[in-house]
Structure formats: structure tokens, C-alpha cells
Design a binder for this molecule. Structure first.
Ligand SMILES: NC(=O)c1ccc[n+]([C@@H]2O[C@H](COP(=O)([O-])OP(=O)(O)OC[C@H]3O[C@@H](n4cnc5c(N)ncnc54)[C@H](O)[C@@H]3O)[C@@H](O)[C@H]2O)c1
Ligand SMILES: [Zn+2]
Length: 361
């Protein structure tokens, strides 16, 4: 097992445990639990696979309650968040209770936000079960839900007590979800770790074949990158914004094509190809760089071109409500080089439209 640290101020630092078979290692959990009351939040797909395992590992000493949400990004809403509060209140959970989020990014984001809100904050543990959640969403404390008018628009920064990334749970993940997680893995290489990008280019076939050592290595290196960025800039006043490479475009694609049509990682892959194209227009990348970026996403079985039905106007509209925008200007993260992200750049509308026209139908 590997243990990494997310270093934060005011004693809020926490460990990330990475390895195989961690779900049944109860002591990893119990040392972070403050009272007998535990609420496990999961969904209808993950519950039959892993809930009993986790409950058995916890043993009989705790009051373990569960909330099993329907599966899907479309349920990442205030309405379904309330189901978690209903259960916490019905079971008379106190401020010392612990909420465990067992699932992918949807469950992690919702569980974390519920923990942040319930009695103004209860302890919270992340057990991410998708590659995307293990390398990205479970680390760093961003929690929240979607609103019909925008993704992740209602939320809070709220850090977990620990993150437990068990590589074994990825065995049941389908290929499309595995690839979606790889989009965020590739992102770390592109924004700040060129050696990792090279490693990924070489090892992509192993990752797709679910070679356990290769996966553990990719998870660890991704978490190291994320932990460093979050440790430097927890509340996204600077460098943390670079983690949003491809995301402003990606969110527009997710919203514009209806939540659930594209997986988050797929939309990010397409969005990163947009960002690469725009970076080339600014003279920061050359043709070979852009082709290399498209190739690495394709090697991970990810899409590199967007939905035909979205128009340039739609993109501009959707990007204008993105959280990263200041004063109505569209700001995006671009690449100054392969392996080096820019800080947010105010996009020149003509150049943006040139990029979008190149893609939009
Ligand atoms: N908080 C953050 O910093 C952050 C970062 C990136 C993404 N996100 C959010 O994360 C969400 C996407 O997360 P995701 O990609 O994990 O999606 P997800 O949570 O919807 O999980 C994907 C699918 O895989 C299933 N699943 C999960 N684990 C499984 C397993 N081990 N075996 C079989 N099936 C399994 C889920 O039930 C679901 O159907 C989005 O809502 C996005 O906004 C948050
Ligand atoms: Zn993301």
C-alpha cells in the first residue's frame, strides 16, 4: 500500500491510501472515525458489488446506516441530496457522525456536500470506486451538485478525513468508464508532468488491459500531482485553476448535449483538444504538439471531436456561465507547452470562434 499526504493548513492535512484490497482493511477507516454513527452513501450499482464488503469490514461495533441513491449524473441534484439529510435526521445522527461516500465522482461530490452541510459539517471519508474518482474527484475537497442551468454550480469546499483508493474495485468498472478516468490522468501529464505524459504514451495499452501495477502507478502519480496543486492553492485562487484544462469547453459539451450523454472524462478529452487548438492559434503549441495530444486521447479510446449538433453560439452561451469566468469574459486554461498549463486566459472571441467553427456543426 502507498500512502500520500494532501498537505493543508490548520491540521486539515489528510492521507490518500492507494493499493489493492483496501476496502476490507477496516483499520484504515476506523482510525478516522469519531463516533459509533456511520452513514454510507452509495448507489444502486455499487451497493450490490461492495456495500456488504464494507459493512462486514466495519464489524458490529457501529451504528451503520445506508443511503442508496439511483445511479447517474442526472440524480446529482438538490432533490436527491435531501435523501441523505432525511436519513441523517431520521436516524438521529449527531455532529460526531461520519459519512462515507462509496462510489464514483457523483456519490463522492454529493456525499461530501451533504457532510459539509449536515449540522454545518460532519466527518467524511471518500472511498472512490471509479478511476476518475480515484485520480481526481475524491482528492481536493470540491463537493457539490448540479443545477439545471449549470453543472456543479451549488457546492462547497470540504475536505475528507482520508481517501481510500482500492485498485481492486476497478475490476468491475466498464471499459468506457475506465477510459473516461484516463482523460483526467492524461490531464496531469499535459498541465505539469511531461515525464508522466511520456510514461502514459508508452503504457497506455497496459492501462487499458487493466494491468494492476500500471494502474496503481497511474493512480499514485495522478494523486501526487493533484495533492501538490491542491496543497499549494486549496481554494483555487491561482494554480489550482490549471486542473480545469479542457473543462470549460467540456462543461459546455456536457450541458449542451444533455447531462448523461457524454461521460465527464469524454467531454474533458474533447474540451482539451479544443484548448490545444486554441493554444496553437496563440502560437504556444505547434501542429505536432496538437497531434500528439489528440493521439494520446485516442490511444485511451477517448473521443477527440465534439458533437456535430452543437453550434458556436451554444458554446459561447454555455461557457459564459462557467464558474471560472470573471465579469462575463470567457476565461480558459490553455497550454503554453506540452506539460505546462497557462493560468486562466481571457479568450479573444474571434479566436474562440475560429476554434469552435473548426469543430461545430
Ligand atoms: N470534486 C471534484 O473535484 C471533481 C473532479 C472531477 C469530476 N467530478 C465529478 O465527478 C462526476 C463523475 O464521476 P465518475 O466518472 O466517477 O462518474 P459516476 O460517479 O457516475 O460513476 C460512473 C459509473 O460507474 C459506476 N461505478 C462506479 N464504481 C464502479 C465500480 N467499481 N464497478 C462498476 N461500476 C461502478 C457508477 O455507478 C456509474 O454508473 C461528475 O459529476 C463530475 O462533476 C468532481
Ligand atoms: Zn474533471
Amino acid at each position: 500500500m502507498k500512502e500520500l499526504q494532501v498537505a493543508l493548513n490548520n491540521d486539515r492535512s489528510y492521507p490518500i491510501y492507494i493499493g489493492a484490497g483496501l476496502l476490507t482493511q477496516a483499520e484504515l477507516l476506523t482510525k478516522h472515525i469519531r463516533s459509533k454513527q456511520i452513514l454510507i452513501v452509495t448507489n444502486e450499482t455499487i451497493a450490490p458489488l461492495y456495500l456488504a464488503k464494507l459493512q462486514t469490514a466495519l464489524g458490529g461495533d457501529y451504528q451503520v446506516e445506508t443511503v442508496i441513491l439511483p445511479d447517474g449524473e442526472q440524480y446529482k441534484t438538490l432533490e436527491y441530496l435531501e435523501k441523505i439529510f432525511d436519513q441523517l435526521l431520521a436516524k438521529k445522527f449527531s455532529r460526531n457522525a461520519t459519512l462515507i461516500a462509496l462510489g464514483g465522482g457523483v456519490i463522492g461530490d454529493m456525499g461530501g456536500f451533504a457532510a459539509a452541510c449536515y449540522q454545518r459539517g460532519i466527518a467524511f471519508i471518500q472511498i472512490p470506486t471509479t478511476l476518475l474518482a480515484q485520480v481526481d474527484s475524491s482528492v481536493g475537497g470540491k463537493t457539490g451538485v448540479n443545477h439545471p442551468l449549470g453543472k456543479n454550480m451549488i457546492g462547497a469546499f470540504y475536505q475528507p478525513q482520508c481517501v481510500i483508493a482500492d485498485a481492486d474495485v476497478l475490476d468491475t468498472l466498464d471499459d468506457r468508464q475506465l477510459s473516461a478516468g484516463l482523460a483526467e490522468v492524461i490531464k496531469y501529464g499535459l498541465i505539469r508532468d511531461p515525464a508522466f505524459l511520456e510514461w502514459l504514451e508508452t503504457n497506455m495499452p497496459k492501462l487499458l488491459a487493466r494491468d494492476k501495477d500500471a494502474l496503481a502507478c497511474a493512480i499514485e502519480r495522478s494523486c501526487i500531482n493533484k495533492a501538490e496543486v491542491v496543497g499549494e492553492d486549496e481554494f483555487e485562487s491561482g494554480v489550482r485553476a490549471t486542473l480545469n484544462l479542457g473543462h470549460t469547453f467540456g462543461h459546455a459539451i456536457e450541458t449542451g448535449s444533455g447531462y448523461g450523454h457524454y461521460l465527464h472524462g469524454e467531454a474533458v478529452a474533447i474540451g482539451t483538444c479544443f484548448a490545444a487548438d486554441l493554444s496553437r492559434r496563440l502560437g504556444w503549441l505547434n501542429d505536432a504538439d496538437v497531434n500528439r495530444i489528440i493521439a494520446v486521447f485516442k490511444a485511451a479510446n477517448l473521443p477527440a471531436t465534439p458533437p456535430k449538433e452543437m453550434t458556436t453560439e451554444q458554446y459561447v452561451d454555455l461557457m459564459a456561465v462557467d464558474k471560472k469566468n470573471v465579469d462575463g469574459k470567457i476565461r480558459v486554461i490553455l497550454l503554453e507547452a506540452v506539460g505546462k498549463a497557462s493560468l486562466p486566459v481571457n479568450v479573444d472571441l474571434a479566436q474562440l470562434q475560429a476554434t469552435l467553427n473548426g469543430y461545430a456543426g
